[in-house]
Design a binder for this molecule. Structure first.
Ligand code: ATP
Ligand code: MG
Length: 341
């Protein structure tokens, strides 16, 4: 659980422990700042967008962080274990300003854990993460301050039930950003209008549909004026007829140039809106590229099997082996499977 009202209440109440210095480095790092909480190093999934110089290890930038203002999220050698189980196995990824990156993959592949590590709702076991070139995994990082750069939208909305839509959109502005009440209200109303809910400002979450609640959650995140937005399956809990409105708001945000990292099983949305699609499996980035490449012409068997299952769940014939039958059963946190969408 976090005290930060920007992201609270948290659906997975994992306590974020203090920094754990020097765990399990994944390799040598070209340039390492002093005071980093974690060892950095290239994982097995080098990001082609990271811009290695001549003679450098492919996929590893000459400098960490790159210092490039356009590199809004930089992830190096990210690993995360729960107990003995390693669920992120060396993620390297850079998300650029204005880029929409959709993360797809089977249940339990580590998509949510990746997003949750980005804003340190989970403490990484190893690796380094920079948000606008500020290291959020640094032992001295002002995590709450860096988190204000990111809006996060969860599957389960996580609105405060005792507050109206408007109050949900003002509370963090006044408490965290210390905005005057009148200014916070004005910003909240303009963001509620942006998501099509200006007329429901005084409604409580229980009086709103799931789709409306999710749009309030998006308005609440936007009211903090974030540099980038993280979405974790924002439409998975919605009835099908409510999905479109939420995706419409996200599409509009993307068109306005918001940097977005979106975990989703909405393949049509990913195909239309994403600049890059990342397929994750078993804690690694297996494949990434333009949506037409990854979704339209996947090169890896696992990607193909996943897409076949998501795009056409009826392909599984009784008596025939399914590619995911061998996968570990989902945890109690994750009873869902992609075909639920
Ligand atoms: N707090 C936790 N404690 C222990 N194990 C966890 C915790 N959170 C996640 N896991 C495990 O880590 C693995 C990756 O989980 P994660 O939620 O990142 O998967 P996912 O790709 O988001 O799956 P889904 O599509 O079902 O949401 C799973 O095996 C999950 O059970
Ligand atoms: Mg998830």
């Amino acid at each position: 659980m976090t005290d930060n009202p920007v992201v609270a209440p948290d659906p997975h109440p994992t306590v974020v422990p203090g920094p754990t210095p020097g765990l399990d480095g994944a390799g040598s790092s070209p340039t390492v700042d002093s005071g980093s909480s974690f060892a950095a190093g290239p994982g097995p999934t080098a990001d082609p967008g990271s811009g290695a110089g001549p003679g450098a290890t492919p996929g590893v930038p000459a400098r960490i962080p790159t210092g490039d203002r356009n590199d809004e999220i930089q992830i190096y050698g990210l690993r995360k274990s729960f107990g003995q189980v390693e669920v992120l196995k060396g993620i390297d990824l850079t998300v650029h300003r204005g880029e929409v990156v959709c993360v797809i993959g089977p249940s339990g592949s580590g998509k949510s854990t990746l997003l949750r590590c980005v804003n340190v709702l989970e403490q990484p076991t190893a690796g380094r993460i920079f948000i606008l070139n500020q290291e959020i995994t640094h032992r001295d990082a002002d995590v709450d301050a860096i988190r204000t750069l990111m809006g996060m939208v969860f599957q389960q909305f996580n609105l405060f039930p005792h507050l109206t839509a408007l109050q949900n959109c003002t509370v963090a502005q006044t408490n965290v950003l210390k905005k005057p009440a009148a200014e916070a209200k004005e910003i909240a109303l303009s963001n509620l209008a942006k998501v099509g809910l200006a007329d429901r400002a005084d409604a409580y979450p229980a009086q709103l549909s799931g789709g409306q609640q999710q749009r309030v959650a998006i308005a609440r995140a936007l009211a903090m004026d974030p540099e980038l937005m993280l979405f974790d399956e924002p439409t998975s809990a919605l009835d099908p007829e409510l999905v479109g409105d939420v995706l419409g708001v996200m599409r509009q945000l993307a068109q306005e140039g918001m940097t977005m990292m979106v975990v989703t099983h909405e393949m049509a949305f990913a195909r239309e809106v994403a600049d890059r699609v990342i397929f994750m499996d078993d804690g690694q980035i297996v494949e990434q590229g333009a949506p037409d490449e990854v979704i339209g012409h996947p090169t890896h068997d696992r990607t193909r099997a996943f897409l076949r299952r998501v795009l056409d769940p009826t392909h599984i014939v009784a008596g025939q082996a399914d590619p995911f039958d061998a996968a570990p059963p989902p945890s109690p946190h994750h009873p869902r499977f992609p075909s639920a969408d």
